[in-house]
Design a protein around this ligand. Sequence first.
Ligand SMILES: [Ca+2]
Ligand SMILES: [Ca+2]
Length: 452
Amino acid sequence: MVQLFKILRTLIFAVCGLALFGAAVRLAQHSPDSIAARGANTIAKVPEVVVMTISNLLRDPYAESLTPDPSQEPGSKGEHFVALANHTDHAVEGVVLRTGMAGAAPRKGWRMLYGIFTIDAKPQYGVLVLSPQMAIEKVVVIDGAMLERHHFSVGQAPYPHGFALLRDGSMLMAFDTDYTPLRVDPCGKRVWAGDEGLTHAFTPDDAQRFGWGMGARDDLLKVDLASGKTVREIAWQDIAEANPQVSIFAMRRMDDNALGDNPRGDAGRYYDDSAHINDAEPLPAAFAGAFPEFAAGDLLISMRSLNLVLVLDPRSLEIKWFTNDLTLRQHDADWNPDGSITVFDNQNGRDYSRIMRFDPSGTKAPSVALDGRGYDFYSRIRGKQQGLPGGGFLVTSSQQGRAFEVDATGRMVWELLVRDPRNPGRNFVLSEADFFPSDSAPVERNLQCPVS
Ligand SMILES: [Ca+2]
Ligand SMILES: [Ca+2]
């Protein structure tokens, strides 16, 4: 009898739960922002989270972040790499360096690496802070418990992506696959997890009040850096509609010959991943004088699917400049203090990647600023580039698990690989390496809390 009562009670609870869920779904159609709608949305995602959690338990979550080690591939010259000096209490394995090429010395300055590293005998997301002597001075471990997806704690993300060091020494971090971004203080503690998933780069504005990232809907998101809350969304379709004279967006639109008819205004829908925005970077006021065509705060945007790099006024959505005929599935467009724009040109599907330089004033023709053929440089997807003071580049060749620096004369000065000690011949994909001057105040603030 007691057993029957328990079964009946469970059934009644289940029916009530289903009825409530159904009511919430109906309400969601009328008021998508209501608490009931958000609750229904969260419940609807439970099966997906359960499947993801089980699959994460069954497979190596880092498997898809591994990539061939270029130094172990056929045809490699077999250069000698050595482990980085490590002044921290953490054991760091697999991060190896070679220097002293052609007598060149590394430029004086700090570097930060953001990616997956073997820390304390297991793969972990982290930030390594390298001294001007290229020694590891600090390790920030990003505990998987900090990561969230759809407001659930998930443990692992496939790939850490955008990174930025803020003036107070805290760090912005983005991950792929709509995991929420993080702000992490210099002591490695989470300040916040954002309210929306971000992918790719995550770039603060001048005041560091807001940051720009890319959302899961292939949109631009403006995020309040004090709270992690999204305050504005710009869909790529909004940009296309505001600029009907720029027909590039229609390249990813399906159309129909409509034989026997001649319809107007029937623009078809777009292919999936039509824009694939991967970078949005506000023009710093300090550089604005070098770009008279633009205003501080204008966004330099890369849209991978369209081979398109453009400058957008985020207020009016006017496209002020664009190029789409030289780069191929590019990433990381940067403003430079000399008035040029450089772009990490993946050249996806070809043999080598490169860095292109554009002069938006039109005075100088576009040029190849760094030709990957001289450096065995190829990253089919992803990648970061940073112009260095005095010339040269710091290049993150993500799909080689590699970073290298080239001086103003084109000499490679150092080269670093992130190997996976568990898998000889395989490297961890490296998200980003950033250079900072020796007297960088944000780096000093970051180092004030030595987490190791
Ligand atoms: Ca950039
Ligand atoms: Ca960059």
